[in-house]
Design a protein around this ligand. Structure first.
Ligand SMILES: [Fe+2]
Length: 281
Protein backbone atom coordinates (compact mmCIF):
# COMPACT_ATOMS: atom_id res chain seq x y z
CA UNK A 1 0.00 0.00 0.00
CA UNK A 2 1.22 3.43 -0.91
CA UNK A 3 1.85 5.98 1.79
CA UNK A 4 -1.18 8.07 2.67
CA UNK A 5 0.16 11.56 2.90
CA UNK A 6 -2.84 13.56 4.03
CA UNK A 7 -6.49 13.48 5.03
CA UNK A 8 -7.65 13.34 1.45
CA UNK A 9 -5.69 10.18 0.87
CA UNK A 10 -7.29 8.76 3.99
CA UNK A 11 -10.74 9.80 2.75
CA UNK A 12 -10.13 7.97 -0.49
CA UNK A 13 -9.10 4.93 1.45
CA UNK A 14 -12.24 5.12 3.59
CA UNK A 15 -14.39 5.40 0.47
CA UNK A 16 -12.63 2.42 -0.99
CA UNK A 17 -13.41 0.52 2.19
CA UNK A 18 -17.05 1.53 2.07
CA UNK A 19 -17.28 0.47 -1.56
CA UNK A 20 -16.03 -2.96 -0.65
CA UNK A 21 -18.45 -3.07 2.28
CA UNK A 22 -21.43 -2.34 0.05
CA UNK A 23 -20.31 -4.96 -2.46
CA UNK A 24 -20.05 -7.58 0.24
CA UNK A 25 -23.41 -6.63 1.75
CA UNK A 26 -25.09 -6.90 -1.65
CA UNK A 27 -23.74 -10.41 -1.85
CA UNK A 28 -24.70 -11.34 1.72
CA UNK A 29 -28.22 -9.94 1.97
CA UNK A 30 -29.95 -12.52 -0.26
CA UNK A 31 -28.85 -15.27 2.13
CA UNK A 32 -30.31 -13.37 5.04
CA UNK A 33 -33.54 -12.81 3.14
CA UNK A 34 -33.78 -16.54 2.45
CA UNK A 35 -33.23 -17.39 6.10
CA UNK A 36 -35.67 -14.85 7.49
CA UNK A 37 -39.10 -16.17 8.48
CA UNK A 38 -41.06 -13.05 9.26
CA UNK A 39 -42.58 -11.45 6.12
CA UNK A 40 -41.98 -7.91 7.38
CA UNK A 41 -38.34 -8.70 8.09
CA UNK A 42 -37.93 -10.28 4.66
CA UNK A 43 -39.45 -7.19 3.10
CA UNK A 44 -37.20 -4.83 5.07
CA UNK A 45 -34.09 -6.77 4.08
CA UNK A 46 -35.19 -6.88 0.46
CA UNK A 47 -35.74 -3.15 0.43
CA UNK A 48 -32.38 -2.58 2.04
CA UNK A 49 -30.77 -4.65 -0.69
CA UNK A 50 -32.20 -2.20 -3.24
CA UNK A 51 -31.01 0.73 -1.15
CA UNK A 52 -27.56 -0.81 -0.87
CA UNK A 53 -27.27 -1.12 -4.62
CA UNK A 54 -28.04 2.58 -4.89
CA UNK A 55 -25.47 3.32 -2.20
CA UNK A 56 -22.84 1.53 -4.21
CA UNK A 57 -23.75 3.66 -7.22
CA UNK A 58 -23.54 6.73 -5.01
CA UNK A 59 -20.00 5.78 -4.08
CA UNK A 60 -19.20 5.63 -7.78
CA UNK A 61 -20.27 9.26 -7.91
CA UNK A 62 -18.12 10.04 -4.88
CA UNK A 63 -15.15 8.53 -6.66
CA UNK A 64 -15.84 10.69 -9.69
CA UNK A 65 -16.04 13.80 -7.55
CA UNK A 66 -12.80 13.01 -5.83
CA UNK A 67 -11.16 12.64 -9.20
CA UNK A 68 -12.78 15.74 -10.66
CA UNK A 69 -11.51 17.82 -7.79
CA UNK A 70 -8.14 17.90 -9.43
CA UNK A 71 -6.74 14.93 -7.67
CA UNK A 72 -6.07 13.04 -10.84
CA UNK A 73 -4.22 9.89 -10.15
CA UNK A 74 -0.50 10.18 -10.07
CA UNK A 75 1.07 6.96 -11.17
CA UNK A 76 2.59 6.41 -7.76
CA UNK A 77 -0.83 6.45 -6.11
CA UNK A 78 -2.28 3.69 -8.15
CA UNK A 79 -1.32 1.20 -5.51
CA UNK A 80 -3.78 1.82 -2.73
CA UNK A 81 -6.20 3.78 -4.91
CA UNK A 82 -6.49 1.20 -7.60
CA UNK A 83 -9.48 -0.37 -5.89
CA UNK A 84 -11.15 2.97 -5.50
CA UNK A 85 -10.71 3.97 -9.08
CA UNK A 86 -11.66 0.83 -10.81
CA UNK A 87 -8.81 -1.51 -10.16
CA UNK A 88 -10.60 -3.54 -7.52
CA UNK A 89 -8.87 -5.94 -5.21
CA UNK A 90 -9.40 -4.19 -1.88
CA UNK A 91 -11.61 -5.99 0.59
CA UNK A 92 -13.00 -4.44 3.75
CA UNK A 93 -11.96 -6.90 6.42
CA UNK A 94 -14.30 -5.44 9.01
CA UNK A 95 -17.37 -6.09 6.90
CA UNK A 96 -16.01 -9.45 5.87
CA UNK A 97 -15.71 -10.46 9.51
CA UNK A 98 -19.16 -9.24 10.43
CA UNK A 99 -20.70 -11.09 7.51
CA UNK A 100 -18.83 -14.25 8.41
CA UNK A 101 -20.08 -13.97 11.98
CA UNK A 102 -23.61 -13.55 10.65
CA UNK A 103 -23.32 -16.57 8.39
CA UNK A 104 -21.95 -18.58 11.26
CA UNK A 105 -24.91 -17.84 13.51
CA UNK A 106 -27.35 -18.42 10.65
CA UNK A 107 -25.78 -21.84 10.24
CA UNK A 108 -26.75 -22.82 13.77
CA UNK A 109 -29.74 -25.01 14.51
CA UNK A 110 -32.46 -22.77 15.97
CA UNK A 111 -36.15 -22.06 15.93
CA UNK A 112 -37.20 -19.82 13.07
CA UNK A 113 -38.27 -17.07 15.47
CA UNK A 114 -34.82 -17.16 17.06
CA UNK A 115 -33.29 -17.01 13.60
CA UNK A 116 -35.16 -13.79 12.89
CA UNK A 117 -33.77 -12.20 16.04
CA UNK A 118 -30.29 -13.43 15.13
CA UNK A 119 -30.56 -12.02 11.61
CA UNK A 120 -31.55 -8.62 12.97
CA UNK A 121 -28.64 -8.68 15.40
CA UNK A 122 -26.24 -9.52 12.59
CA UNK A 123 -27.70 -6.92 10.26
CA UNK A 124 -27.45 -4.24 12.93
CA UNK A 125 -23.80 -4.99 13.61
CA UNK A 126 -23.15 -4.39 9.93
CA UNK A 127 -25.29 -1.25 9.96
CA UNK A 128 -23.35 0.17 12.88
CA UNK A 129 -20.08 -0.50 11.13
CA UNK A 130 -21.38 1.31 8.08
CA UNK A 131 -22.68 4.20 10.16
CA UNK A 132 -19.25 4.58 11.67
CA UNK A 133 -17.56 4.42 8.28
CA UNK A 134 -19.88 6.84 6.52
CA UNK A 135 -19.89 9.23 9.46
CA UNK A 136 -16.11 9.30 9.52
CA UNK A 137 -15.80 9.73 5.77
CA UNK A 138 -18.34 12.54 5.84
CA UNK A 139 -16.39 14.31 8.56
CA UNK A 140 -13.21 13.99 6.51
CA UNK A 141 -15.00 15.42 3.46
CA UNK A 142 -16.31 18.35 5.48
CA UNK A 143 -12.87 19.05 6.86
CA UNK A 144 -11.58 19.08 3.30
CA UNK A 145 -14.47 21.33 2.25
CA UNK A 146 -15.59 18.74 -0.28
CA UNK A 147 -19.22 19.54 0.33
CA UNK A 148 -20.58 17.61 -2.64
CA UNK A 149 -18.80 14.52 -1.43
CA UNK A 150 -20.03 15.10 2.10
CA UNK A 151 -23.58 15.52 0.83
CA UNK A 152 -23.52 12.16 -0.95
CA UNK A 153 -22.00 10.40 2.02
CA UNK A 154 -24.58 11.99 4.28
CA UNK A 155 -27.43 10.67 2.12
CA UNK A 156 -26.18 7.15 2.63
CA UNK A 157 -25.53 7.80 6.31
CA UNK A 158 -29.18 8.79 6.73
CA UNK A 159 -30.29 5.63 4.94
CA UNK A 160 -28.15 3.48 7.22
CA UNK A 161 -29.69 5.11 10.27
CA UNK A 162 -33.18 4.59 8.87
CA UNK A 163 -32.46 0.91 8.24
CA UNK A 164 -31.03 0.50 11.72
CA UNK A 165 -33.99 2.26 13.26
CA UNK A 166 -36.42 0.03 11.41
CA UNK A 167 -34.60 -3.11 12.53
CA UNK A 168 -34.67 -1.92 16.12
CA UNK A 169 -38.40 -1.30 15.95
CA UNK A 170 -39.01 -4.74 14.51
CA UNK A 171 -36.83 -6.46 17.10
CA UNK A 172 -37.94 -4.63 20.18
CA UNK A 173 -41.54 -4.25 19.10
CA UNK A 174 -42.22 -7.88 18.28
CA UNK A 175 -39.58 -10.24 16.97
CA UNK A 176 -37.39 -10.47 20.06
CA UNK A 177 -40.41 -11.46 22.07
CA UNK A 178 -41.46 -14.05 19.53
CA UNK A 179 -37.97 -15.51 19.84
CA UNK A 180 -38.26 -15.38 23.61
CA UNK A 181 -41.41 -17.47 23.51
CA UNK A 182 -40.56 -19.57 20.48
CA UNK A 183 -40.17 -22.75 22.46
CA UNK A 184 -43.30 -22.51 24.55
CA UNK A 185 -46.24 -22.63 22.20
CA UNK A 186 -48.76 -22.27 24.97
CA UNK A 187 -47.46 -18.81 25.66
CA UNK A 188 -48.09 -17.59 22.15
CA UNK A 189 -51.13 -15.69 23.32
CA UNK A 190 -49.09 -13.97 25.96
CA UNK A 191 -46.61 -12.86 23.35
CA UNK A 192 -49.30 -11.28 21.27
CA UNK A 193 -50.93 -9.53 24.19
CA UNK A 194 -47.80 -8.09 25.68
CA UNK A 195 -45.78 -7.23 22.62
CA UNK A 196 -47.35 -3.82 22.26
CA UNK A 197 -46.60 -2.92 25.83
CA UNK A 198 -42.88 -3.09 25.43
CA UNK A 199 -40.92 0.05 26.15
CA UNK A 200 -38.02 -0.07 23.72
CA UNK A 201 -35.92 2.43 25.62
CA UNK A 202 -35.65 0.12 28.60
CA UNK A 203 -34.42 -2.82 26.65
CA UNK A 204 -30.72 -2.33 26.49
CA UNK A 205 -30.05 -5.65 24.75
CA UNK A 206 -26.96 -5.39 22.64
CA UNK A 207 -27.10 -1.65 22.65
CA UNK A 208 -24.30 0.79 22.93
CA UNK A 209 -26.74 3.39 24.13
CA UNK A 210 -25.67 5.75 21.48
CA UNK A 211 -27.22 8.30 19.23
CA UNK A 212 -26.49 10.10 16.01
CA UNK A 213 -23.80 12.18 17.60
CA UNK A 214 -21.86 9.22 18.73
CA UNK A 215 -20.36 7.77 15.61
CA UNK A 216 -16.66 7.76 15.07
CA UNK A 217 -17.19 10.77 12.87
CA UNK A 218 -17.62 12.77 16.02
CA UNK A 219 -14.34 11.76 17.49
CA UNK A 220 -11.63 14.25 16.91
CA UNK A 221 -13.37 15.88 14.01
CA UNK A 222 -14.46 19.36 14.81
CA UNK A 223 -16.78 19.72 11.85
CA UNK A 224 -18.65 16.50 12.25
CA UNK A 225 -20.94 17.65 14.96
CA UNK A 226 -22.28 20.43 12.83
CA UNK A 227 -23.52 18.58 9.90
CA UNK A 228 -25.91 15.82 10.58
CA UNK A 229 -29.43 15.79 9.37
CA UNK A 230 -31.74 13.48 11.13
CA UNK A 231 -33.34 10.65 9.28
CA UNK A 232 -36.76 9.31 10.00
CA UNK A 233 -39.42 11.43 11.55
CA UNK A 234 -37.12 14.28 12.41
CA UNK A 235 -35.32 14.44 9.10
CA UNK A 236 -34.82 17.92 7.79
CA UNK A 237 -31.77 19.64 6.48
CA UNK A 238 -29.56 17.75 4.10
CA UNK A 239 -26.89 20.38 3.70
CA UNK A 240 -23.72 19.25 5.34
CA UNK A 241 -21.79 21.56 7.59
CA UNK A 242 -24.20 24.46 7.67
CA UNK A 243 -26.76 23.99 10.38
CA UNK A 244 -25.57 23.23 13.84
CA UNK A 245 -28.61 21.30 14.78
CA UNK A 246 -28.35 18.78 17.51
CA UNK A 247 -27.77 15.74 15.43
CA UNK A 248 -27.59 13.51 18.43
CA UNK A 249 -30.63 14.87 20.13
CA UNK A 250 -32.94 15.02 17.14
CA UNK A 251 -32.45 11.46 16.07
CA UNK A 252 -33.68 8.55 18.05
CA UNK A 253 -30.89 6.61 19.61
CA UNK A 254 -30.99 3.55 17.50
CA UNK A 255 -27.66 1.91 17.93
CA UNK A 256 -28.04 -1.67 18.88
CA UNK A 257 -31.14 -3.54 19.70
CA UNK A 258 -32.40 -0.73 21.82
CA UNK A 259 -33.89 2.66 21.46
CA UNK A 260 -33.94 5.81 23.47
CA UNK A 261 -36.73 8.14 22.42
CA UNK A 262 -35.47 11.12 20.52
CA UNK A 263 -35.51 14.38 22.38
CA UNK A 264 -36.81 17.42 20.61
CA UNK A 265 -34.31 19.76 22.15
CA UNK A 266 -32.24 21.52 19.55
CA UNK A 267 -30.40 24.29 21.31
CA UNK A 268 -26.85 24.88 20.23
CA UNK A 269 -25.65 24.15 23.72
CA UNK A 270 -27.30 20.77 23.61
CA UNK A 271 -25.89 20.16 20.17
CA UNK A 272 -22.41 20.73 21.43
CA UNK A 273 -22.87 18.33 24.27
CA UNK A 274 -24.53 15.74 22.13
CA UNK A 275 -21.67 15.69 19.71
CA UNK A 276 -19.33 14.27 22.25
CA UNK A 277 -18.43 10.68 21.57
CA UNK A 278 -20.37 8.21 23.58
CA UNK A 279 -20.00 5.16 21.46
CA UNK A 280 -17.74 2.53 22.87
CA UNK A 281 -17.02 0.44 19.88
FE1 LIG B 1 -24.94 0.35 3.02
Amino acid sequence: MEKMKDLKDLLKHEVMDLYSAEEQIIEALPKMIDKARDPALKKALREHLNVTQKQKARLDKVQQLLREKGEELPAEKKGFLSGLFGGGGHKCKGTQGLIEEGEKIMGEDMNTEVMDAAIIASAQKIEHYEICGYGTAKAFALELKLNNVAQLLNETLDEEYEADNLLTKMAVGRLNQEAELADSKKNTGKAASTANNRTPAKNSGNTTGSNRGATASKIGNKSSGKSSSAAGSTKKNNAPAKKATASGTKRSAVIGNSKTPAKKTTTKKTATKSSRPRLAR
